[in-house]
Design a protein. Structure first.
Length: 351
């Protein structure tokens, strides 16, 4: 992979054309569609008066809104702050105030009335609203980007300072109260390069990643990693025990090459999956566990049952995505441990 930059990412968008970018449960978006979506976001940034360095809070549970809004802001030098669609109003207001947001994006009717007047507002269509009637009475699915204006004619600004902010992401609060983490473009591009090298991502990759996009492993190891490699990210509407079989069958149906989820879900797959052949297509090369330590007993069972190598990744919101890796490669740590640092340093605080 050549050195990453905002220019390189935009070139990937322009060159992608009809190649698939995002496979969603009910539709598919190619790179040409991603380009149109980015330009629509740029038109709203301009209409809202957002300048480079301004922060925009995007509160959405819709994958297309979250991914395209995040990518458009990243490319334009506007700082995205992602939150889940069910984030309570008071918390959203507190975050908007903390980051000094100049824009607030949410579903129609859900933007807090207490939001200060100088913050630009964008109301989007709920994907759960009833389908509208199209030509000849045929039902047309709601467009989650319907609140955006027509596409801007300009290209994104593509700031290239590696020390400049790429995004702000609030931690999940696993070990302390949630806090906003500022990630620079240099941080982001370095981690994307490591992930791409270690796991062999390229234009033919199809990344099955159904994690929440407002979390680092969901967005960065999903849509952003797919953009960096001009490949496809597969989304499946969220994991449930009741929907386990269709969720797993989608791996094969969508010809996934890399399957990424957390140890808890890998444990449920091990416990409740009815079959052993979900990952045995030749293009499926890696099962990746992220965000926590994978127990060695579960690791052994997954490899034995499914016949694919398993790797464990661990990192913090502050490390973009992963920093420590365990698996079969020489530079990774041994299975059963949290992993070894790759392309970075890790220190134990004596305190």
């Amino acid at each position: 992979m050549t050195a990453l930059s905002t220019r390189k990412l935009w070139d990937q968008v322009l060159a992608g054309g009809k190649a698939e970018f995002m496979a969603l449960p009910e539709t598919s978006v190619d790179f040409a569609g991603l380009q149109r979506a980015v330009r629509r976001w740029l038109a709203w940034f301009d209409a809202a008066g957002l300048a480079e360095g301004d922060r925009v809070l995007i509160r959405s549970g819709d994958d297309l809104v979250a991914a395209t809004g995040f990518i458009a802001a990243l490319l334009d030098g506007v700082i995205p702050v992602l939150m889940t669609g069910d984030t309570p109003e008071l918390r959203a207001l507190a975050v908007a105030g903390t980051v000094e947001a100049m824009g607030f994006v949410s579903l129609a009717g859900t933007i807090p009335d207490l939001l200060v007047s100088h913050v630009a507002r964008l109301e989007l269509t709920s994907p759960t609203q009833p389908p509208r009637k199209g030509w000849f009475g045929k039902a047309a699915a709601p467009d989650p980007l319907a609140g955006l204006p027509g596409p801007a004619l300009r290209d994104p600004r593509l700031p290239d300072d590696p020390a400049g902010l790429a995004y702000i992401l609030f931690t999940s609060g696993t070990t302390a109260s949630p806090s906003g983490v500022q990630i620079t473009r240099g941080n982001l591009f370095a981690n994307l390069a490591t992930l791409s090298r270690l796991f062999g991502y390229g234009p033919d990759s199809r990344i099955f990643n159904d994690m929440i996009l407002a979390h680092a492993d969901g967005m960065i190891q999903g849509p952003v990693l797919a953009l960096a490699n001009r490949c496809t990210v597969i989304r499946s509407g969220g994991f449930t025990i009741a929907g386990l079989e269709p969720w797993l069958e989608r791996v094969r149906q969508q010809r996934a090459s890399h399957v990424i989820t957390v140890p808890t879900i890998w444990a449920m797959i091990d416990a409740y999956a009815a079959h052993d052949d979900y990952f045995d297509a030749p293009e499926c090369t890696a099962l990746l566990s992220v965000a926590a330590k994978l127990p060695v007993e579960l690791w052994d069972r997954l490899e034995s049952r499914f016949g694919r190598p398993v790797c464990n990744q661990y990192g913090l919101t502050e490390t973009v995505a992963s920093a420590l890796y365990a698996g079969p490669q020489a530079e990774m740590g041994a299975r059963g441990g949290v992993g070894r640092p790759v392309d970075c340093e890790a220190r134990i605080d004596p305190a």
